[in-house]
Design a protein. Structure first.
Lengths: 163, 163
DNA sequence: GGGCTGAGTTGAAGAACTAAACCCATAAAG
DNA sequence: CTTTATGGGTTTAGTTCTTCAACTCAGCCC
């Protein structure tokens, strides 16, 4: 029997992974969300090989996730920093989801090493409660369980035949 | 089989990525969420090399993301299928977040190829609206922007020296 | 000039990925 | 009872990615 299925490779998940699916990309984005800006920041925080860091940063810049901005500190030469674009900051939910999953199933015996809180950086005034990622539908139903959702073809769907 | 696992940083994101951060792992989980069960399902849907699929499935099984279950179809020999554990199904929000990010920034010109809807598989009765992932804090503030959250140390935090 | 620092490059070794051929057990066909 | 087909892998060979360490380069500081 032939069935038509959504082409699994023509899919935003696959495209997203082709940009941030490499071993270090999401960790680089995570450090950037946490304030890393310079080559050496990323290198020393992550322990990634320098050449790999260079090519990853370049990949992320050409993909539009990060931006290479010149800067100059007084009494120092002109250098480059890497900062997230809006596209890069939009990866926050993905990282929170991964963090939550890791905390739940691969936890350090001492508990999570990082907690994401509801507070803009450098603003001590707001609510500060831990943040979770939840699935919510357009009709307003929130906290959907993984079983409560399914994939359906969208306008850009390609189909493949399979037996 | 020996698995490498170079815990780069003590963080659940890094630990999560050491399980599902390899090139195909999340796509395998995605196909499983969409109903793939057998070796050949994954192979034909994804086009992944067979040996790699075999080791990925083994990795996912030993990591507790999938389970290897024997089954037998009438008039056929006993075979094995791979199904997600609860831990594996819990990756749904991560995949929805990646899908959303890909749809927003790497979209196919025709629009998304996949839409996730609020409906249990094979239940035509429920609301069917598209699903999004949102950040929500324990105090009930919902739809937090990436800028509204920050990382803070948790009970299991390790600290490293850096200059 | 000589040394130091941040920001990379280069190169060799090893690990991971790909593709294609091969293997094995069962079952169905001849 | 031999042959062929099929699902589910394993082997092998070749290519690409990662890693680590060593090297370069430009500008500041003495």
């Amino acid at each position: 029997m032939e069935t038509r299925r959504i082409d699994p490779v023509n899919c935003s998940v696959a495209r997203a992974l082709s940009v941030v699916g490499e071993r270090w990309s999401l960790l680089i984005v995570r450090e950037a969300l946490d304030g890393a800006r310079r080559f050496g920041d990323f290198h020393s925080r992550l322990g990634i090989a320098r050449n790999l860091l260079a090519t990853r940063l370049e990949t992320l810049v050409t993909a539009g996730v990060m931006r290479r901005v010149p800067y100059q500190e007084p009494g120092d030469r002109r250098r480059f920093a890497y900062e997230l674009t809006e596209q890069g900051r939009a990866l926050r939910p993905t990282l929170v989801a991964l963090l939550e999953w890791g905390d739940t199933y691969l936890a350090d015996p001492q508990g999570p090493s990082v907690i994401v809180r509801h507070r803009p950086v450098d603003d001590a005034s707001s609510c500060d409660e831990p943040v979770k990622v939840v699935l919510e539908c357009a009709a307003g139903h929130s906290h959907l369980a993984p079983e409560d959702v399914c994939r359906t073809p969208g306008p850009g769907a390609r189909f493949v035949e399979s037996s």
